[in-house]
Design a protein around this ligand. Sequence first.
Ligand code: SF4
Length: 319
Amino acid sequence: MNQIYTYGNYLKNKFGCKVYKVGINISGFTCPNIDGTVAKGGCTFCENDSFSASTNEIKDLKGFHLNLDSKENPFLEQQLKQLELQFESISKRQADEYNAEKFLVYFQSFTNTYAPFSTLKALYDKALSFDNVVGLSIGTRSDSITDETLDYLAKLNKDKEIWIEFGIQSVYDKTLDKINRGHSSDNVKEWIIKSKEKGLHVCGHLIFGLPDETKEMMLETSKQAYSWGIDSVKYHPLYVVKRTSLGNDFIKCDFTPISEEDYLDVLVKSIEMKPEGMSVQRVTAGINDESLLSPDWCRDKNIQIKNINKALKPIGLKY
Ligand code: SF4
């Protein structure tokens, strides 16, 4: 049985030691799909509130949010301190519990290029100044990154390892409309190709089980995303949580989540089609608390992984 080429394998090969991603959540960041710039309410599956709980929330923020046109950022010093505190505590735990030796700072929550360049530069530079940090991974939307930011990241990428993570989700605009995504598939394609041309490392996020999509459509999304040259991929099933628009659709019986059987089928076929050198960062997702409405199979990560390995066995792979 061969192991799937995971992101952990990629990092180990490249840096010769255990490299962990340190997920960071900076207060004051939001998303143009939430603040009304592109749309209001966000993607139909996104529980916007769940991002705001940070371990060291900035107290006086009072609803202050950055965007690309923000003229000033009175909270920058506090954001830099917040970054430092989060990094120290998470990286220490990863070193103690998992023997992590080096780190990638992962700007994870909301849209992490959606702020004035001066703020982004200060945060990225600070993150790269921490001990044993080999690079950054920046989660964002393709409609929220400027050429100035992309050029700066490309410059940083000369000495460090810089990743951008784009939510692709689906290549079908009618699906993107249904989930209130607020940008087209062509827009994602354009910025992924641009990022690759500048030498940056790109991870694409895909979701299987989006409203009204067939398995053929999900596989077409994988195929096209691979053809755009992404270096790494995260596969997610669409699960439904409370306090979301998708949750309301589910309660009204207007949305049926993907079955585990169908998810495994699409996942295995997508992995089979994947170019050899493309690493896999995630094969599933879920949540094990009261917020999960459906499907129940997304509750237990260990069982999910066990079933994924069972499904991969016939093609000689394990995760
Ligand atoms: S782009 Fe991300 S943060 Fe923004 S609404 Fe969609 S899922 Fe939520």
